[in-house]
Design a protein around this ligand. Structure first.
Ligand SMILES: C[S@@+](CC[C@H](N)C(=O)[O-])C[C@H]1O[C@@H](n2cnc3c(N)ncnc32)[C@H](O)[C@@H]1O
Length: 276
């Protein structure tokens, strides 16, 4: 595994990106323990993989944007693909490297420390692109994906993008019960700032319509599937008993699969076909 820093990255980083990088560098030591390892986190990631594995069935060369601690990069490397894992945070990429080395994986993951919106990829190198669990919610304007895909993604390839939805019914209900309407409806305002490990991180909530506008006509939406609308997410395990009724699980499943409501969830998977 190689770790590459792209073109004087540390010199070119702006204060906002520096704050995001600091946040995720600090968060990298606990990210897997808090998010990837709990059964709930593993279950939700498995739901993503059920969709993404089909899209990437024949892919040999994948791009993972905002790859974090490398859970997806390792999954696809284990399935025989070469993965280029791009992340702003050296701390996150160091975790990926340690995990891949411990698993004795061959050198088929390249880690690139880079700001994804300015990442310069090899020409027509990739036949699939994934960006999982909200990495794209750190970005205001997703139109950079057009340029990136035009130069680096083979026509006909899939993009599997997992982003935070702008309305999560369970979260809204909980904050309303706590008489906190500001947090209950913060996603509907389109953007907010959260504090991660003491650093401010901007979060932008993109609707599918907005994504379609930013991506442009070369990207066709194939499907959108929600990930938890009425059920809890990692960190809210204490609510699992309260929300474990078959009715609520059935409602969640139907809501997350029904296209008009699928994106009104904590996260949603959108699958796009690149057809320039
Ligand atoms: C919530 S984590 C998701 C990590 C991983 N995709 C996963 O599924 O576990 C978001 C990741 O996006 C990265 N990130 C945020 N903004 C970025 C940017 N502008 N360029 C590259 N990476 C970025 C963070 O460093 C962090 O590792």
């Amino acid at each position: 595994m190689r770790i590459v820093r792209q073109f004087g990255y540390s010199l070119g980083v702006n204060p906002r990106q520096a704050s995001v990088q600091e946040a995720f560098d600090r968060h990298s030591s606990v990210y897997d323990e808090r998010f990837s390892r709990p059964i709930l986190g593993e279950t939700i990631r498995n739901e993503v993989w059920q969709i993404a594995d089909v899209e990437f069935a024949g892919a040999r060369n994948l791009l993972d944007l905002g790859s974090g601690t490398g859970e997806d990069a390792i999954h696809y490397a284990q399935r025989g693909a070469h993965v280029t894992a791009v992340d702003l945070s050296p701390g996150m990429l160091n975790r990926s490297k340690a995990k891949a080395t411990a698993l004795g994986l061959p050198a088929n993951i390249d880690c690139v420390v880079a700001e994804m919106t300015t990442y310069s990829a090899p020409a027509a190198g990739f036949d699939g692109l994934i960006s999982n669990f909200g990495a794209l919610n750190c970005i205001h304007d997703l139109s950079f994906l057009r340029r990136l895909c035009e130069t680096s993604l083979r026509p006909g390839s899939s993009l599997v993008l997992i982003t935070m939805g702008y309305f999560y019914p369970l979260e809204t209900t909980l904050f309303l019960l706590k008489a906190d309407p500001r947090r209950a409806f913060r996603r509907l305002r389109g953007s907010c700032e959260v504090t991660i490990e003491g650093s401010r991180v901007p979060v932008y909530y993109h609707s599918v319509a907005a994504m379609r506008r930013m991506l442009g006509p070369a990207f066709q939406l194939k499907q959108a599937v929600g990930l938890r609308a009425f059920l809890p997410v990692p960190g809210w395990e204490h609510l699992q008993r309260l929300t474990s009724s078959a009715v609520l699980r059935g409602l969640d499943r139907a809501w997350c699969r029904f296209s008009p409501t699928a994106t009104l969830a904590d996260h949603f998977v959108s699958v796009w076909r690149f057809k320039p």
